[in-house]
Design a protein around this ligand. Structure first.
Ligand code: DUC
Ligand code: ZN
Ligand code: ZN
Length: 464
């Protein structure tokens, strides 16, 4: 099958040009003008933007009480063709065994976007440190540690993170941290509840910016001590962003991402009446406007590298999950759905408002996440030899984000009622049309497991 996408304005992370794209089977085989003699199908993309399918490096399908890969059609409908999921580590299983199990039980034959896995440490034994060296053999090149969630299997002590950092660099595994001081969160939560402060807005008070900044600084020092690269996930506040920025400026391989809700929602949402604020409970929490401004600036200047969704659609939604915390905000399950809306939010509130250029949009939406996760150049760019993961984007479409159009399976959308400019008109996954005008037209199980390569972007220019 030879498919030609003609006359589209191709946006890459660096440039913009009008050209045709020839796709043969699952790959892009030519880019140029006047291509396509003998194409089986021709799509005219005149007046449309054409860019690589998104790579969402931060999603939860089957961890944190979230729905599983049955709802990954939400990703492709929203222009994201590759997701990188966090595979939880059940007690007693190695990271490789956990990823294998997670894949076989939840993803394989079900996923509707291509996918990879980050390891997610929850049973940090000495064996784990040894195992890090062999993770890339299994296609796992990123490993996440939580510095928060005291009292749960997620929280990991500094000694483990430090040892992991020391070893990871030998194998090109990128260590990622969820940076919040779990001890301090625990104290603040208990104090707030004891004072009768039980509403969702106090979730923010229990995890203020300095709780995040302290852990970010600590993780950075651990990485510096270990002389190892570090990737800080979901940077939400000015203080943490500045720590990542200033460390990089000092010449160290420390990088960070932020997520769409930290760019578009403010703390005021947590104060909504009738417990509606619970719909916005995620950790770290959404912040006041000044932090949003700082994060947008950081993206535009390259101080933060990528934007994930931290998609986490709670299985019971608002009614049956979030409401578990009606008398106590600490019992509200964390997480917001968002994989479907990442493109729309970045375009509408980033490109349309001129906070970022269309090139920067492609960079943070697709190209750099693919590089961080060792998926580039197969994923994250429109280039000869890359997978034909392509979005044809109509910049003139106007609408409103609503749960009614969401495929994420939860009963609410955290971005409900927000304006949307532009829409993924057609989304191709490895050359196959998989979503069209907000509707899924692909097949369950079409997503392929893509193994990561080691020494991703965080190792660029890294010297031992
Ligand atoms: N925070 C996390 O750390 N994980 C999933 C959801 C969330 O809000
Ligand atoms: Zn996290
Ligand atoms: Zn997360």
């Amino acid at each position: 099958m030879r498919l030609l996408i003609k006359n589209g304005t191709i946006i890459s992370a660096e440039s913009e040009y009008v050209a045709d794209i020839l796709i043969e089977g699952e790959k892009i085989t030519a880019i140029g003008t006047g291509l396509g003699n003998g194409a089986d199908e021709v799509i005219d993309a005149s007046g449309k933007y054409v860019f690589p399918g998104g790579v969402d490096e931060h999603v939860h399908y089957g961890s944190f009480g979230s729905l599983t890969f049955e709802t990954t059609n939400a990703a492709v409908v929203g222009g994201t063709t590759t997701i990188v999921d966090f595979a939880p580590q059940p007690k007693g299983l190695s990271i490789k065994e956990s990823v294998k199990k997670h894949n076989e039980t939840l993803a394989e034959g079900i996923a509707m976007a291509d996918y990879s896995f980050h390891g997610m440490v929850m049973d940090p034994t000495e064996d784990l440190i040894e195992e890090i060296l062999t993770l890339p053999e299994a296609g796992i090149s990123t490993l996440k540690f939580f510095m928060a969630y005291k009292g749960s299997p997620f929280m990991v002590e500094d000694d483990i993170i430090f040892k992991a950092l020391q070893v990871a660099k030998k194998a090109g595994v990128t260590i990622m941290v969820h940076a919040e001081n779990g001890e301090i969160v625990d104290i603040l939560q208990k104090q707030l509840i004891a004072e009768g402060k039980t509403d969702p807005i106090y979730h923010a008070a229990s995890r203020p910016p300095l709780v995040e900044a302290e852990a970010t600084a600590r993780a950075i020092y651990l990485a510096e001590l270990a002389n190892s690269p570090l990737f800080v996930v979901h940077v939400t506040c000015k203080e943490s962003m500045e720590l990542v920025r200033d460390t990089y400026m000092r010449g160290l391989p420390v990088y960070g991402e932020t997520c769409t809700h930290y760019l578009t929602l403010t703390e005021d949402n947590l104060a909504k009446p009738n417990f509606e604020g619970a719909k916005y409970v995620c950790s770290p929490p959404i912040r006041p406007q000044e932090h949003l401004d700082a994060l947008w600036e950081a993206l535009s200047r390259g101080w933060l590298l990528a934007v994930g969704s931290d998609h986490c659609a709670n299985e019971g939604g608002f009614e049956n999950d979030k409401k578990k915390g009606i008398d106590d905000f600490t019992k509200i399950p964390n997480g917001c759905p968002g994989v479907q809306d990442r493109l729309a939010l970045l375009w509408t509130y980033g490109v349309e408002t001129e906070k970022i250029t269309p090139q920067k949009f492609v960079d943070i939406f697709a190209t750099t996440p693919a590089k961080v996760c060792g998926l580039f150049p197969r994923k994250g760019q429109i280039a000869v030899g890359s997978d034909a993961d392509i979005v044809i984007f109509d910049p003139n479409w106007k609408g409103t984000i609503t749960v009614k159009d969401s495929y994420h399976g939860s009963d609410y959308n955290s971005f409900e009622g927000m304006d949307q400019i532009g829409r993924a008109e057609k989304v191709f996954l490895r050359g196959r049309l998989t979503a069209e005008n907000g509707k899924f037209v692909g097949e369950k199980g079409q997503g392929k497991y893509i193994k990561m390569k080691p020494f991703g972007l965080c190792y660029d220019n890294f010297k031992e």
